[in-house]
Design a protein around this ligand. Structure first.
Ligand code: IPT
Length: 977
């Protein structure tokens, strides 16, 4: 007999979003549920209609089969669909996973209603029990529940089969920018309720303490028994808490209708909480609410527990307000991702993500581009994040066709409404998003209409609508939420007088590779411009999958311990698009996060932490230092401080800091904590701020920020020329005992992803900057100085370069001049490069650090004395590229353990890098396992270095960070230690 679920061909029927699936709700069923997670019998069919054979393997649930040893491997594509079939069709070759296991239904569940919950299945789920069809569901990132009461028997064993079809009509609206997988990505549960049960609970908790709890009660049996009622208990209000009682008798639907066997009852409870502690991302105050459904004699028939927060969200004028305050959104886009499981994330994983984000100054998450794992929202409530909750709709490749296609109407409304029904009670969720990159059509308006009617307490946003007019009131977006809009456009809009909606970029500052240039400039403008409220960096993760280099397979769950600090063990690597043999892929575009696949923060995180500093040093006046509180809702009492004065002569003086009592937004002047010594040269005062107490996301003493002011500028240094001889070889190249490659001119950097995708690298290659040919023009001795003139010929122009070597006290001064032809109007760098002997493995410097920094990404690196092993200077961006730079370096030493080595003093703060790789080494490699570190150091001293920008997806750096053609001068002194 044909299986009716298969006969429907639900994978090619967008109108069919589910069959036999229970309505979504916010009742918490986790307590008392039976987990069905673990190893299931598994087989992978070539298509949904292929016969199920007798040969089973096993697969871990939750988990995707694409990471568990099948031949169906992960594939990375951003916009393009992985098959040519147009919506709503899917390919004939359609991997279909059959998961099967026995389920023992507890005998004590007799008389109860038994429900199966499948946390998430990708992309069509078919459910059978003992061969009988039970239901089907789509929407890969929300749970599906099925009533099994009629098909299982308590005390007996049943066979549960979950069939997961990978490709379907739904894939066309799940075309998000991440890996394609197939499988069951979240937990599977079985639970039982009384036939009369809480069907939903909706909590509205407002800033003024007003609490409203709406309960839906359903019965599978018949009419409401006399005398049943609901109650609520709010804990956290002293020992007794607050008792909530039902307002009035149940408001019943269908109760009088004899033809209906189930009814719906509605009951409401209301209360006002005195002196309520309000919820914000800075002050995530939660209360425990327990809702109970009682029988007439008071016994409890059903319970649902909620952690609720009292807060208001509203748009007033063009401002988004939380509890009446215009907040800043310091956000990031987050996928459910893991380098070993693909998609399945544990409580510990999610907690680690959010703890890290908290520690680096983030306060908001957009759940790109689908509802994230439900636990994420519990953690966001608890730790304090504003969440833009996004529906699982992205039809990128066929966006225009689908947005108005009535066959998909139901799917749009289904996905948006189910998200709202699941997540409505989370205080963290402040905005609903209709999805991503799906053009704009009637299907969106239908979904927006549903949300606005059902939940008028939160704004709705959708980038696809907003882009048709940031101020247009007719569009289905209450927020102007562009992606990658040029900063000047945002500022111009805010100043135009036309702005009607909050401007919060849903994506900006694309974090692919060595990126996020101009982030600090963005924030300077956001904080200075009323109407701008922030945005969400794209994105949290580099989605590198841990892969065995040998056989190209994903390592899977056994891979813990095979990576550390962003680096994989030998024989392994982080796979990106194309590394699983995919013909069609989008390469390293999947590696565009602010953290590595193992959650190691990239350097941009340290800048973000500083940009978000809750306490700032606004400047230095005669009376003292101006300290300000940059938070919205709390004082500085959770912070501790320590002053640190760094002098150019190497001294660092410290003093304890007493942070002033400041309300949000307030400023105070505090006296200079340390007397500035008369000598010592350039001087910088840093306020090192840490957590004063144990916090849920940070132990006491965790770094929070390090604002800094300069107290004294550098004075020019004069060096005495001495009588000594400088050696140059026949090519005019410096001969020096510590250098294995003499200083030459460099205009090339291993292109960053921004350089490549933004088209700059192509121009540089066309000009021949990657293979300049040096020709000696002349060597001229003048007293003790040697002047070497050379020409560096590219494909389309010649750069004239002069080096003047002069012996000075204890070393050698190198004065350089380079003249770039007008056509080289935007190069990566102008500077010197040389290589050192092996063994000089420690870099100590005075300048910005210790984090990697670049001219347009240096805000997180205070000036001071820093020291790091050379190997630790390099940042292993997934695709090798320019890395390891330090901005604003005044001088440094490179030394061996016995303190011998070399010292370099620069004429002014310069961009410097010391790594084990030449720009050519890095340019040639696609992965780190292809690179062999050199024993010595490759040192770049740059007169000018181009900013990083974000041109891999979005605006390039600003003109002020470009390297101009014409003449560049720089000089430096080399000494032997
Ligand atoms: C934008 C997408 O929304 C996001 O998913 C990701 O692909 C990002 O870009 C780039 O990494 S869409 C882009 C075409 C602007």
């Amino acid at each position: 007999m044909t299986d009716p679920l298969l006969a429907l061909r639900p994978w090619e029927s967008p109108e069919v979003t589910s069959w036999g699936r229970l309505p979504m709700n916010a009742v918490d069923r986790r307590a008392g549920a039976h987990s069905l997670d673990g190893d299931w019998r598994f087989q992978l069919l070539s298509a949904p209609h292929a016969p199920v054979g007798g040969a089973w393997s096993t697969a871990a649930v939750p988990g995707v089969w694409t990471m568990q040893g099948t031949d169906d491997l992960p594939q990375y594509l951003n916009i393009r669909m992985p098959f040519a079939d147009v919506p709503p069709l899917s390919p004939a070759d359609n991997p279909t996973g059959v998961y099967e296991r026995e389920v023992d239904v507890p005998a004590e569940w007799t008389g109860r209603r038994i429900v199966l919950q499948v946390g998430a299945a990708e992309s069509v789920l078919l459910v059978h029990v003992d061969g009988r069809p039970v239901g089907l569901s789509k929407d890969s990132h929300l749970a599906a529940e099925f009533d099994l009461t009629e098909v299982v028997r308590p005390g007996e064993r049943s066979v549960l089969r979950l069939t997961v079809v990978k490709w379907s009509d739904a894939s066309h609206i799940e075309d998000q920018d991440h890996w394609w997988h197939g499988g069951l990505t979240r937990s599977v549960l079985l639970y039982a309720t009384d036939p009369l049960r809480l069907a939903d609970v909706t909590v509205r908790a407002r800033q003024d303490g007003e609490l409203r709890v709406d309960c839906l009660v359903r019965d599978t049996g018949g009419a409401l028994p006399e005398g049943w009622y609901v109650s609520g208990e709010l804990e956290g209000l002293g020992p007794v808490g607050l008792e909530l009682t039902q307002d009035a008798a149940f408001d019943l639907a269908n109760a009088e209708d004899e033809r209906v066997s189930a009814f719906l009852g509605e009951a409401r409870m209301q209360a006002r909480v005195p002196e309520v502690r309000t919820w914000t991302a800075e002050t995530p105050e939660l209360y425990d609410l327990t809702v109970r459904l009682h029988r007439a004699d008071g016994r409890v028939a059903d319970v649902s527990r909620h952690r609720i927060g009292f807060r208001d969200v509203e748009i007033v004028g063009r401002d988004l307000l939380v509890n009446g305050e215009r907040i800043f959104i310091r956000g990031v886009n987050r996928h459910d991702f893991h380098p070993l499981t693909g998609r399945t994330v544990s409580y510990d994983d999610m907690r680690a993500d959010l703890v890290l984000l908290k520690r680096f100054g983030f306060n908001a998450i957009r759940t790109a581009h689908y509802p994230n794992d439900p636990t994420l929202y519990d953690l966001a409530d608890e730790l304090g994040f504003y969440v833009v909750d996004e529906a699982d709709i992205e039809s990128h490749d066929h966006a225009h066709e689908i947005a108005d296609d009535p066959r998909y109407l139901n799917a749009f409304v289904d996905r948006v409404s189910r998200m709202v029904l699941r997540d409505k009670n989370h205080p963290s969720v402040i905005i609903w998003s209709l999805g991503n990159e799906s053009d704009y059509g009637a299907n969106h308006d239908a979904a927006a209409g549903w949300v606005r009617r059902h939940d008028p307490t939160r704004p709705v946003q959708y980038e696809g609508a907003a882009k048709l007019g940031w101020a247009d009131p007719k569009l289905a977006s209450d927020i102007a939420c562009p992606m990658y809009a040029p900063l000047e456009d945002c500022v111009a809009h805010a100043l135009s007088g036309e702005q009607t909606k909050p401007l919060i970029q849903c994506e900006y500052s694309h974090a692919m590779g060595n990126s996020n240039g101009t982030l600090a400039d963005h924030w300077a403008a956001i904080e200075a411009t009323p109407g701008l409220q922030g945005g969400f960096i794209w994105e949290f993760w580099d989605h590198g999958i841990l892969q065995t280099v040998n056989d190209g397979r994903p390592v899977g769950r056994g891979g813990a311990g095979l990576y550390d600090n962003g680096v994989t063990a030998p024989g392994y690597r982080w796979a990106y698009g194309g590394d699983f043999g995919e013909k069609d892929h989008d390469g390293a575009f999947i590696a565009d996060g602010v953290v590595f696949p193992d959650r190691t923060p990239k350097p941009v995180m340290f800048e973000h932490r500083e940009i978000s500093a809750p306490v700032r040093l606004e400047g230095f006046r005669h009376e003292g230092l101006v300290v300000s509180n940059h938070q919205h809702f709390r004082g500085l009492e959770w912070l501790a401080g320590r002053w640190e004065l760094s002098l150019a002569d190497g001294r660092t003086l410290t003093a304890p800091a007493e942070l002033p009592a400041l309300l949000p937004g307030e400023t105070a002047v505090v006296p200079l904590p340390l007397e500035l010594p008369a000598d010592g040269g350039e001087a910088w005062l840093t306020l090192r701020v840490t957590t004063a107490e144990e916090l849920p996301w940070a132990p006491q003493g965790t770094d929070v920020c390090a604002p800094q002011v300069r107290l004294r500028a550098a004075e020019p240094v004069t060096e005495q020329t001495v009588a000594s001889r400088v050696e140059v070889d026949a090519e005019g190249l410096l001969v020096h005992p510590l250098l294995t490659a003499a200083p030459t001119l460099s205009l090339w950097r291993a292109p960053t992803d921004n350089d490549e995708l933004g088209g700059m690298a192509l121009r540089w290659r066309t000009w021949g900057l990657d293979s300049l040919v040096r020709k000696l023009v002349s060597v001229h001795r003048d007293g003790v100085s040697v002047t070497v003139d050379a020409e560096y010929a590219g494909a389309t122009g010649v750069v004239r370069h002069r080096q003047v070597f002069t012996p000075v006290d204890g070393g050698l001064r190198v004065e350089e001049r380079a003249e770039l032809p007008e056509e080289f109007d935007d190069v990566a760098r102008v500077g010197s490069v040389f290589e050192t002997v092996a063994g000089l493995d420690l870099l100590e410097w005075f300048g910005q650090g210790p984090w990697e920094s670049y001219p347009d990404r240096s805000g997180g690196a205070p000036v001071g004395h820093h020291s790091l092993p050379v190997d630790a200077l390099f940042t292993p961006y997934l695709r090798p590229q320019e890395s390891g730079g330090r901005h604003g370096v005044r001088r440094f030493t490179l030394s061996a353990p016995d303190a011998t080595g070399l010292a370099v003093t620069l004429d002014e703060p310069r961009q410097v890098s010391v790594t084990r790789f030449t720009a050519e080494d890095l340019t040639a490699a696609a992965h780190h396992d292809e690179l062999t570190p050199r024993a010595g150091c490759v040192v770049h001293l740059d007169a000018a270095h181009r900013g990083l920008g974000t041109a891999s997806c979005g605006p390039d750096t600003f003109p002020s960070y470009l390297v101009a053609p014409g003449v560049h001068h720089w000089s430096w002194t080399l000494r032997v230690l």
